[in-house]
Design a protein around this ligand. Structure first.
Ligand code: TYD
Ligand code: MG
Length: 456
């Protein structure tokens, strides 16, 4: 029989120590020792606590001999949620849903569970809200949640005990940070507690075929609180995006073992919970009556649908020794790089200017197609020169000052044409041979071409 005991492990080098210390004795890193469980097998030698591997000894097989079972997909019945999941929940899979507080994680999951509960046995484990609060919410949502089983509990061992008895097909844990395991002494929410609790739950899901949805809180930096480790342990990671004050919410798949990543589901928060937006291409556009300087419309293609977004920039004389470069949406380092390209290859000097970039609607853009729109918005604000408001822009900018093509150029152009845009500034390699009806295309190959077009 294996015996488990508490150990402290350095998160940098992996060295173990029986006692906590401020500095790792092996690699000298500070504040890296975290509480973990170590399993001492009957044989004696200490082994690191194994993830969620089964206990049976698997034999070596040839890949060709393995007969994959058909994965059982359970569609939620909410089209936008199913889309990010890759067509529904997979039995025995574990989905992690991250997002800022108050963005709608509990709301979405309660709605999904209510939709499931007509067909399947579901269990909602709440560590944050009392059963009364959950009931109140379900009344407000106006969903039929009578069949949803509810458990207010924070000990993983007791949660699993109930789950083994109830045998739900779908279980929601809201949230993983409130759970704790009795074998560790650290406080709930600490790295070791979150990791160990999640490991036990994941093992349960794999053994019983229960589909598990975990809610995870996000830190100020925008990553899941505590461990990135969680992202490795689960099958699918979904993030909520959008301004908490705004109306729209985006759920994005950043990891999916059963579907495509970067797929988006779009919802609107209403007084009756989250409503699906089936045709989101233009909801993030705030069309200005008059063209304004610093505003550029881009077409992004995150997942399988084109989405039109407004990129705004403000370039202003800086009072600081180190002018600010602030970017909400595109990545900060990318902005610094783009401004360097603009200076080196276009001769546009912004080193004494503060540069702020924002994407309207709180959407995060990770694709490089935003490069050209960001640069153009900055240039437009800097020169105080408004671009026509029937123009769309996309394209990647390389360090050598070249404008590189992006995937799915035609689909982006067609979507923009459908919404009435008449001009497009795009990489030459993306320009369709036959053109696009109703749209004038300005193809560019180098950043100098962009400047020429801008000042013409
Ligand atoms: P919630 O799901 O509790 O967020 P999370 O679990 O991610 O912390 O969402 C709460 C917010 O959503 C809250 O600010 C109120 C708002 N809301 C609505 O606007 N309409 C509704 O029907 C519900 C249930 C919540
Ligand atoms: Mg919540």
């Amino acid at each position: 029989m294996a015996k488990s005991s508490v150990m402290y492990q350095c998160s940098d080098c992996g060295a173990q120590s029986p006692k906590w210390a401020g500095q790792c004795a092996d690699c000298g890193a500070w504040n890296t020792l975290v509480e973990t469980l170590s399993v001492v097998p009957a044989g004696g030698k200490t082994a690191r606590f194994a993830g969620y591997a089964g206990t049976t000894q698997p034999a070596v097989q040839r890949l060709g001999e393995v007969q994959p079972g058909q994965e059982t997909r359970i569609p939620v019945g909410m089209e936008e949620f199913d889309r990010v999941l890759g067509g529904g929940l997979v039995a025995g899979s574990v989905v992690l849903i991250g997002g800022d507080p108050g963005i709608g994680k509990s709301t979405l999951l309660l709605q999904a569970l209510a939709a499931f509960s007509a067909r399947l046995k579901v269990l909602y484990v709440s560590g944050e809200e009392s059963p009364e609060q959950v009931a109140l919410r379900s009344q407000r949502l106006g969903v039929d949640a009578d069949q949803v089983c509810l458990l207010a509990e924070t000990s993983v061992e007791r949660v699993l005990e109930h789950a083994r008895r109830e045998t739900p097909q779908i279980m929601v844990i809201d949230s993983i940070q409130t759970l704790y395991t009795e074998v560790l002494q650290s406080a709930p929410g600490s790295v070791s507690q979150v990791r160990e609790s999640a490991a036990q739950l994941v093992r349960f899901a794999k053994q019983t075929g229960t589909a598990l949805l975990l809610v995870g809180h996000v830190t100020k930096e925008g990553t899941l609180a505590g461990p990135r480790v969680l992202e490795h342990m689960v099958d699918t990671v979904l993030y909520f995006e959008g301004d908490a004050g705004g109306r729209y919410r985006i759920v994005r798949a950043v990891k999916n073992r059963f579907g495509a990543v970067n797929e988006l589901g779009v919802f609107a928060m209403t007084d009756k919970g989250l409503k699906e937006i089936h045709n989101p291409s233009s909801i993030f556009l705030s069309r200005h009556e008059q063209p304004v300087a610093g505003s550029v419309i881009m077409v992004t293609m995150e997942g399988t649908r084109p989405l039109l977004l407004e990129v705004q920039a403000l370039v202003d004389d800086s009072q600081l020794a180190n002018p600010r470069r602030v970017s909400l949406g595109p990545e900060q380092n990318r902005l610094a790089m783009l401004l360097a390209v603009q200076h080196r290859h276009g001769g546009v000097q912004m080193s004494d200017q503060d540069v702020f970039v924002n994407v309207v609607g709180g959407v995060r853009i990770s694709e490089t197609a935003a490069d050209l729109p960001v640069l153009l918005a900055a240039l437009s604000s800097f020169r105080d020169h408004a671009l026509p408001n029937n123009l769309i822009v996309f394209g990647e900018v390389g360090l050598a000052g070249e404008i590189r093509p992006v995937p799915n150029g035609q689909e982006r152009l067609r979507e923009a044409a459908k919404l009435g845009f008449q001009h497009a500034l795009i990489p030459a390699a993306n320009a369709p041979k036959g053109g696009i009806e109703g749209m004038e295309i300005h193809a560019v190959t180098r950043y100098t071409d962009v400047l020429e077009w801008f000042t013409r």
